[in-house]
Design a protein around this ligand. Sequence first.
Ligand code: CTP
Ligand code: MG
Length: 228
Amino acid sequence: MNGKHITAIVLAAGKGSRMCSKTPKQYLELCGKPILYYSLKRFEESSVNDIILVTGKEDITYCKENIVEKYQLRKIRQIVEGGTQRYWSVRNGLNAIISTDYVLIHDAARPCLTVKSIEQSIVEVMKSGACTLGVPVKDTIKVVDESCMGIATPPREYLWQVQTPQSFCYEDIMKAYRRMEQEMNTDITDDTMIMERYLNKKTKLILGDYRNIKVTTPEDLLMAEIFL
Ligand code: CTP
Ligand code: MG
């Protein structure tokens, strides 16, 4: 797009412990197809140039045969092994890229992503250099102490739930990850946090879709199936 090269990293190397199922959640089926299939397909249909799939070492052959070849996905350049934490999986995905301009990092556990949201992310990352999909929170959010006493109520108008894809200039996110690797922090939950902490760079939030849920616990499967 605009002569720029755009790469998606799709993360599917988690164990899905909160789903409490034997099969990692990204391989559970919704409407007859594995959860992982859906977001790969949406990237395939978008203006993203190529896709790096990050998965468990033992699942690489399964993904190649039962997802990439079976559904004839043509933009997947590499399937690489993930790490023990989400950020190590992202790092492995980033290291697999030979050259690109922008990177969109997405959780395979969000199958209801739309092509429209991908395209919005691409437009915004080209403008501001770092963006993520998100939605304003609907509930009042409490900060609690160790004994679960509510100790503060941040004003709701400033609270958003962050989703994926999270999109960055390739050079910036690589620089942030190289710094992160030296410090080995363990409280990192997403890539916007890595950009804030290691590059001092803010991320623009763009209005996504309340249906772009992260399938995490069993009841999310029902919701995702309805949305799909
Ligand atoms: N992920 C990954 N590598 C990890 C951990 C997570 O690639 N070491 C991926 C998951 O496969 C998922 C996404 O990151 O698509 C978001 O993570 P999450 O929803 O937390 O999935 P899991 O870590 O698998 O689930 P849980 O935290 O319940 O174990
Ligand atoms: Mg997890």
